[in-house]
Design a protein around this ligand. Sequence first.
Ligand code: ATP
Ligand code: MG
Ligand code: MG
Ligand code: MG
Length: 438
Amino acid sequence: MRLSRYFMPTLREAPSDAQIVSHQLMLRAGMIRQEAAGIYAWLPLGLKVLRKIEQVVREEMDRAGAVEVLMPTLQLADLWRESGRYDDYGDEMLRIKDRHERDLLYGPTAEEVITDIFRSYIKSYKDLPKNLYNIQWKFRDERRPRFGVMRGREFLMKDAYSFDIDEAAARRSYNRMFLAYLNVYARLGLKAIPVRADTGPIGGDLSHEFIILADTGESEVFAHRDLVEMGAPGPDIDWDGDLQDLVEQRTRLYAASDEMHDAARFEAEAPEDKRMTARGIEVGHIFYFGEKYSKPMKAVVAGPDGQERPVQMGSYGVGVSRLVAAIIEASHDDAGIIWPDSVAPFRVAVVNLRAGDAAVDAVAEQAYQALVAAGLDPLLDDRDERPGAKFASLDLVGLPWQLIVGPKGVAEGVVEVKRRATGERQTLPLEAALKVIA
Ligand code: ATP
Ligand code: MG
Ligand code: MG
Ligand code: MG
């Protein structure tokens, strides 16, 4: 992409109502624009990051055996009347009437819709287990939408739903999601802590939240410090096994959200120097809730004995759009964002320090074409701007690499490569520079 033709409306100053650094940087980098309270348009750079996060989530869901579907954003109120949640859900639900006076709602989550799909087709234990997920916009009329996409009203969520014949099988499904979530966050460069959580309006009795530590986070967590450093399980585990040992390793140490916190237990289970109380961002939440929806909605399956029983369900959410902000909270400096390679909107900026100078243009173009050919998704800064202004905006948008082409280097047959995260620079011939970036 050539920056002269792109749409990357960077701002020198953050609007004064942006209180946290990720919101300020997303506005300054031209990633999002607020259209109404908690409702955002995603501009090209923001959209690229959102799509990359989505893709990481998709790959890890697929690896763990989940199957993608796409459910509508608008749902029938009648389904929610069947589950009994229509009246309970409260003011966060955006309720709509169509021209026939039918009650609709903009889905805040999709347990009812997926249960309706499931019961229409699946009748036997032989078709289980199943895990269906979608990555779709949700709407919750939050009392206090704030911090940009961190707490939006319209937001993108990956929500998965598991269906099993009995509790033991449902626990295996839960374990798969638990471990897949840790792999997702690790690939995004984040350290997520799984904490015991309250099940809230989703209901049920087994639940974990995944929390990224950040002072600006709206959640409070209490955890054994060793859990913070415990790595993700990685992709090469037996996804068809019960995975109980891997989950137990990560749930043995004390970790709880504020609703579930038990101070006496914390003191008994973690020595004082290992007790961490911190703020964090909830980037995922998983639930096992058994028959809560399948029973009232009559989603039943026949077991090996021929007897019908309500299917055992769980649901699993990742805040995809919130993660864009969470990654920035975890990875930035005074100059701007520092994207992890896995979700960077472009891998490298080719910085032409003297656009219009034939010799410099030629080398910048050659570098750009080579990077395009290598599939490295470069952004060519071909704007007619001072070098200082270029570096300021490129450091702000935080691409992992800058390949800097200037008149002095071109005369000597070299370019400069800068790693955004460390500021480290190397002066090299173009061929060698391209290898560093690849
Ligand atoms: P919160 O405690 O932040 O209000 P929640 O517990 O209500 O979130 P869940 O119902 O568990 O949210 O939804 C799954 C995930 O969706 C959350 O873990 C979070 O990452 C994301 N999410 C929830 N609400 C929002 C929102 N208003 N804006 C952006 N992401 C959200
Ligand atoms: Mg909420
Ligand atoms: Mg919550
Ligand atoms: Mg939650």
